[in-house]
Design a protein around this ligand. Structure first.
Ligand code: SAM
Length: 284
């Protein structure tokens, strides 16, 4: 079985298949031999686990997952990688590659079909160009998964794992905390990939909550407020929240009723405060 972390073996595999890297698809493959085993272990893959992987590339992480899990389903968009994966995963009959775009596929259906009632976890070295949309899709569709362990750019990891109400947080932070408890596991240097990206990365794990930490009458309304507040994060809430469809008078009365100073900015609010605003928001 060829090594997928030995640069010359990987180059020869790729050239045999006439493969060239696509920057647009975020193709930076892991070549540091210690990272995939560490991720596979950290995600909780075990004999009774189904693992959904996004973007297997040439299968370096897929192999490690398949060695630990009962079954792995890996979604890959690039059809040029299918024959490569066919070859590299030949010794892993419990790994199945599904050709498609993770943003378009019905993941609920894939998990039900591939894993039945098995405990499910998600593990991926995410294509960086769609980190937030993928995470939001995974979280919002309330997949029956226990956790999501992903490699993302270091900056994204810091933002995602920041505490709501602190400077580093963004709209994605609030959404992540609503659905899960995130933590940063370890950093990965840019030299661990082929080709090397311009920035370092980090592996984070989101433990999915069984129920949200705050009670919200209308989740959509809360996320509309959060998005409006962070879209113009330098503005005061009295100005930025109007983008959620409220008039300035409605915004000011909402902030006053919730006991939130009109001059506050998005990054100063906790999830509880956004929930209070959403629960008192007039229908728009
Ligand atoms: N897992 C491999 C590794 O660690 O070496 C490859 C990771 S690479 C950062 C991202 C992978 O995601 C690539 O194989 C790319 O083709 C795939 N990909 C990009 N966009 C995708 C999408 N929308 N749906 C599914 N896979 C996608």
């Amino acid at each position: 079985m060829q090594s997928l972390t030995n640069i010359s073996e990987v180059k020869s595999l790729l050239s045999r298949h006439g493969f060239s890297f696509s920057k647009a698809l975020g193709q930076n493959f892991l070549i540091n031999p210690s990272v995939s085993p560490r991720m596979a272990k950290a995600c909780g893959a075990g004999k009774n686990t189904g693992v959904l992987e996004i973007g297997p590339g040439i299968g370096v992480l897929t192999r490690e997952l398949a060695a630990l899990a009962y079954r792995v389903a890996a979604v890959e968009i690039d059809s040029r990688l299918l024959p490569v994966l066919n070859e590299t995963l030949a010794d892993f009959p419990n790994a199945k590659v599904i050709h498609g775009d993770v943003m378009k596929l019905d993941l609920q259906n894939i998990i039900a079909r591939e894993f039945g009632g098995l405990k499910t976890v998600i593990c991926a070295n995410l294509p960086y160009y769609i980190t937030s949309p993928v995470l939001m899709k995974l979280l919002e569709s309330r997949l029956p998964a226990e956790s999501i362990t992903v490699m993302v750019q270091k900056e994204a990891a810091d933002r995602i794992c920041a505490l709501p109400g602190t400077r580093e947080c963004g709209a994605v932070t609030l959404a992540v905390w609503y659905y899960s408890i995130p933590k940063k596991l370890f950093s990965v240097s840019r030299g661990s990939f082929m080709p090397a990206p311009k920035v370092d990365s980090a592996v984070i794990k989101l433990d999915i909550r069984k129920s949200p930490p705050v009670e919200v009458r209308d989740e959509k309304a809360m996320f509309r407020l959060i998005r409006a507040a962070f879209a113009q994060r330098r503005k005061t809430l009295a100005n930025s929240l109007t983008a959620a469809g409220l008039t300035r008078e409605q915004t000011i009365s909402l902030l006053d009723k919730a006991g939130i100073p009109r001059q506050s900015r998005a990054e100063q609010l906790t999830l509880e405060q956004f929930a209070i605003l959403a629960n008192q928001m007039p229908d728009v």
